[in-house]
Design a protein around this ligand. Sequence first.
Ligand SMILES: [Zn+2]
Length: 190
Amino acid sequence: MINLLLGLLLHYANRRPSILYKTEFYAVKTKLLQKRGIRTGTSFQHIKKECYRCDHGMYFSHQWAMYEPCWVCSGTGVYEEFWTELANYRLGRYSFHIPIERYYRQPDFNTEPIEGYIRHKAPKYYVANECCYWLFLLYDRPTFVKLFIKSTSMSVPFRNIRTPLVFIHTLIVAWRESRLRSNEEEGLPF
Ligand SMILES: [Zn+2]
């Protein structure tokens, strides 16, 4: 039962981890999956970033009025290419991946790699943030406290909020920002 609930929280939080404390979120994700998840295997992800500076490795030099090999990608047309080994986990009803290692040469793998980044569709009403806050509350208390006591940059429109922690957080941030503003105004000499 508890795993079902944690899987659900992680699934939604993972859809669009809070812009604040991304590193901390991924640390919680790893910790939670290693502790409660079931390891289901290994996958590979293939990332290939095209070079933005040239056209298939050739670049038009205005100085010489001719094409020459691109110096950014050494004429390959590929800015960066790597393979990431992923540990697959299952928690509750959902599957998750944790990166283990990055390879710059194609490793031996016996499954088809996942091409490109895995894109997630963000849920509505800041549900991702809500789930992320709960995970911090359960598994990373210092970050939870930092988020609620110190952060000022994550205010969202009140009309779009449907969940308790995002509501409280937004209220605290709005209150702190209004206090900062009134302090600034008091400091003016005229
Ligand atoms: Zn290039």
